[in-house]
Design a protein around this ligand. Structure first.
Ligand SMILES: NC(=O)c1ccc[n+]([C@@H]2O[C@H](COP(=O)([O-])OP(=O)(O)OC[C@H]3O[C@@H](n4cnc5c(N)ncnc54)[C@H](O)[C@@H]3O)[C@@H](O)[C@H]2O)c1
Length: 352
């Protein structure tokens, strides 16, 4: 007998949800979008009209949506503040749950989400599309095969010279929890940790956060921001030591007087790599010479979000573990949280 399609509901039908819905639409034979929830009803209705199944239902209260008996999975695309409470309620309602990045506002929330997924036996994953790029997949294979040796130093950079998001609620401390560190460094830190394959405990951190350019305004690629609404940091930096002995330097900004692009680095005992600065390069040596390897671009044209949604759907249908495991996403939140706490305390934090 043919298996029925997976039935998914979306919470928060704003900007990023559009990319998710397009990803599901490309898997029409496997999945249908049957429920849409947004506090702004028109957004839910628009999503249902464009991407929903014929009898799709719309809600303004996600708890009512979670009461649907035949809903298999929920995809959370709301501001950061709601990720943890919505994901926990969704898992408890028996739904597999996919949550946009960052997983949560802080460590406690992230750990509660991981715990709830374990207790309910439902799958929980987080949106980190960078892992699905061809270069990331290549680096992962090379590192897993031991070709870079032990990676003991990394730089995770998410630096924008002037790229302050001026739409939505990105400048709200209450709704987002922070600025570029929680918003964009979360992507590159996840990628670096996954490539290193080092999820040992963070044992020390020194963080700093600044709001130097936010009050000044001026040029911005997405138009001027309102300094009065800028409640979060405009740049933040951290150095973290893991129990394994590895060091990770995290750099993030929405506004900083520096150069772009600002690549990230992985440094191992046998080789290294640069990524995110235009072209990926692998640093190695052979026959007593230093050699750079440059992977040529591939032909693939599908979006990274299409790939992450396809991975999530496949894992639900075939009962496999998604590429992004909840515990790994929680580690990203733990490290970012430590950097924020150190910045706030004005001193290093030692957890040994
Ligand atoms: N993966 C990526 O590259 C990426 C890109 C952009 C945003 N994001 C993440 O996605 C999330 C949403 O960002 P966005 O840019 O789509 O924001 P957005 O403001 O465009 O959309 C959020 C939507 O959630 C709705 N909403 C707010 N509170 C709600 C509630 N309690 N119940 C139901 N709906 C509610 C809003 O009305 C809005 O339509 C954020 O966590 C952000 O970090 C990820």
């Amino acid at each position: 007998m043919p298996r029925r399609k997976l039935r998914v509901g979306i919470i928060g039908v704003g900007g990023i949800a559009q990319a998710h819905m397009q990803g599901y639409a490309k898997l029409k034979d496997k999945v249908e979008l049957v429920a849409f929830c947004d506090t702004i009803l028109e957004r839910a209705e628009k999503g249902a009209k464009e991407f929903g199944s014929p009898k799709a239902k719309c809600f303004t209260d996600y708890r009512e949506m979670l009461e649907l008996k035949d809903l298999d999975a929920v995809d959370i695309c709301t501001p950061n503040k709601f990720h943890a409470p919505m994901a926990i309620d969704s898992l408890k309602a028996g739904k597999h749950t996919y949550c946009e990045k960052p997983m949560a506002m802080n460590t406690e929330e992230a750990e509660a989400m991981v715990r709830t997924a374990k207790e309910t036996g439902k799958k929980l994953s987080v949106g980190y599309p960078s892992r699905f790029s061809d270069d990331a997949q290549l680096l992962k294979e090379m590192i897993s095969a031991g070709e870079l040796g032990e990676i003991y130093y990394a730089e995770a950079s998410a630096i924008r010279r002037r790229g302050v998001p001026t739409w939505g609620v990105f400048l709200s401390k209450e709704l987002q929890g922070g600025g570029p560190l929680i918003d964009i460094a979360t992507h590159i830190l996840d990628l670096i940790l996954w490539l290193m394959g080092d999820y040992s405990k963070p044992v020390a951190a020194l963080g700093t956060a600044y709001k130097k350019l936010a009050p000044l305004g001026g040029y911005n690629i997405w138009g001027p921001w309102d300094p009065k609404k800028f409640e979060v940091e405009d740049s933040a930096f951290g150095m973290v030591r893991l129990e394994s002995g590895a060091t990770i330097v995290v750099k993030s900004s929405w506004a900083l007087n520096t150069e772009e692009p600002h690549p990230s680095y992985l440094c191992g005992t046998k080789g290294g790599a640069v990524l995110g600065g235009g072209s990926t390069k692998i640093f190695t040596q052979a026959h007593n010479r230093l050699i750079d390897l440059v992977p040529l671009p591939t032909q693939s044209r599908d979006s990274l979000i299409d790939r992450e949604i396809a991975n999530w759907v496949e894992c639900l249908l075939e009962d496999k573990e998604p590429l992004v495991k909840a515990e790994e996403a929680a580690q990203v939140t733990r490290i970012l949280d430590l950097i924020y706490k150190s910045a706030e305390a004005g001193q290093a934090i030692n957890l040994i």
